[in-house]
Ligand binder design. Sequence first.
Ligand code: BG6
Ligand code: MG
Length: 219
Amino acid sequence: MTKAFIFDLDGVIVDTAKFHFLAWKNLAESLEISFSEEENEQLKGVSRINSLQKILKWGEKSISEGKFNSLMAQKNEEYLSFVDRMSEKDILPGVLETLTYLKENNYPIALGSASKNARRILTKVGLTSYFDHIVDGNEVSKAKPDPEVFLKGCELLEVEPEQAIVFEDSQAGIKAANTANMISVGIGDKAVLREADFNFEGFTEITEDTLKTLTNFKK
Ligand code: BG6
Ligand code: MG
């Protein structure tokens, strides 16, 4: 059975997870809400709007719609100030080698990201041309852990969900892939991503043999 690959962006291809963390932490602290790494873990893969709702809930704060929208804009502005300084050097180790191997071997590749800034980031790091299709936060109505973003990717790649191999660094993303019966590959802390079918610390651990194993795997 032919396989296709779907990559999450933040924390998988580029280390933007640290920029999201900094921007959310500054925003939470400006509202006198404490914000730890553990809380941040729960925001990975989660849309901007849902992330702010969660932070406000943790801090037991309720605010007007106008204030909510201005906080969303403020967070994104700070986040983009980091993003705009990015370049090829911000691609995580091993990612380029994996993308190159998959491209050379004609595997269909899509991006499946919750971010509305995905295209801007791919352009900054020069990776746009590796992707046959890009599905991002502008194109989905249901955020991860709903599998909509990955299912759209499969539709565009013209493969069944069982043929898709999904690289993800978030609990929400692994859940989304598993819900849709896709092959889930956790990138990062195995203890956090224990529901994934496969786990790797990063792409430097993923060799050509690993990719062959993934393409032969049946759930
Ligand atoms: C996900 C990140 O990829 O995108 C989340 O893991 C982020 O942390 C979400 O909130 C939305 O991103 P953006 O760029 O649209 O604010
Ligand atoms: Mg991610």
